[in-house]
Design a protein around this ligand. Structure first.
Ligand code: HEC
Length: 115
């Protein structure tokens, strides 16, 4: 909920409106490396998106990317580069991750996401 709101705030700032729910949660992350987010929006800091990029994305890409990353047949329905989508499927995803380290990385990120 709050995450959505945050995304909305971002969307509003960056794209002048996300009410149409074409919300693009990636937009903030996509511009992050070259242009840091405005201080107003960095309440929870870039740590959580960073965690997603650094420790969750590589696992999902390696294990699931063939189908859930861009170009994969499931990307349209279940894109794993979208933290909101990934979070909404946490339980199913955790069930599919077999390596304890991969599970831990995922759980660490999921727990850090502001509710
Ligand atoms: C070979 C292609 C392929 C790979 C690799 C793959 N998936 Fe999927 N996934 C699918 C397809 C096709 C569906 C839709 C059919 C279904 O629900 O089983 C799906 C559906 C899902 C769903 C939604 C259904 C549910 O159980 O909630 C989740 C979550 C999911 N995949 C997670 C994963 C995770 C996590 C991985 C990696 C560990 C992964 N998938 C790897 C093809 C793949």
């Amino acid at each position: 909920m709050v995450t959505r709101l945050t995304v909305c705030v971002w969307g509003a700032v960056l794209l002048a409106g996300c009410a149409a729910s074409g919300t693009r949660p990636r937009s903030a992350a996509a511009v992050a490396p070259s242009s840091p987010p405005s201080p107003a929006a960095s309440d929870s800091g870039p740590a959580v998106p960073d965690l997603f990029r650094r420790s969750v994305r590589p696992v999902l890409s390696r294990r699931c990317g063939a189908c859930h990353d861009p170009g994969g047949k499931m990307y349209e329905r279940l894109p794993f580069d979208d933290p909101d989508v990934v979070l909404s499927k946490s339980e199913s995803i955790l069930r599919r991750l077999k390596e304890p380290e991969e599970k831990r990385a995922f759980e660490e990120w999921a727990a850090a996401v502001p509710q």
